[in-house]
Design a protein around this ligand. Structure first.
Ligand code: THU
Length: 129
């Protein structure tokens, strides 16, 4: 198992998830290159489409604080399979974080480490414009 402390941060963030509709709690923690960590959890809404994923909460918190250089994102759930971030989060992570390390962890005892470029190959980005 990965002993990266980012997993513990995301595990704690997951406890703050607001997920009454899906019951699927997600925690995400994003580490800057300078070592600062921003945490997020999923925040659901009765108008389901307004739900915001944990990864985006962490990323937008960091960006809004002026952070621009990132190193790793941890994503923690208690699912039977790992949760490799939805397509919208991958797109945003690619745009603002580049090819960071993504640590996927399930409290059921699963774990994988990827580069974002593996999870999101052939992305659309500014180079396509
Ligand atoms: N969710 C995340 O927070 N991150 C992911 O990577 C996948 C999905 C949330 C959104 C919603 O609140 C719940 O998980 C079920 O889709």
């Amino acid at each position: 198992m990965n002993s990266d402390p980012l997993i513990a941060r995301a595990t704690a963030a997951r406890e703050r998830a607001i997920a009454p509709y899906s019951g699927f709690k997600v925690g995400a923690s994003l580490r800057t290159r300078a070592g600062k960590v921003y945490d997020g959890c999923n925040i659901e809404n009765a108008s389901y489409g307004l739900t915001v994923c944990a990864e985006r909460v962490a990323l937008l918190k960091a960006l809004s604080e002026g952070e621009r250089e990132f190193e790793a994102m941890a994503v923690v759930t208690d699912a039977d399979t790992l949760t490799p971030s939805c397509g919208s989060c991958r797109q945003l992570m690619w745009e603002y974080c580049g090819d960071i390390t993504v640590l996927l962890h399930s409290l059921k005892g699963l774990e994988q480490t990827h580069q974002l470029s593996e999870l999101y190959p052939e992305p659309f980005d500014a180079s396509n414009l």
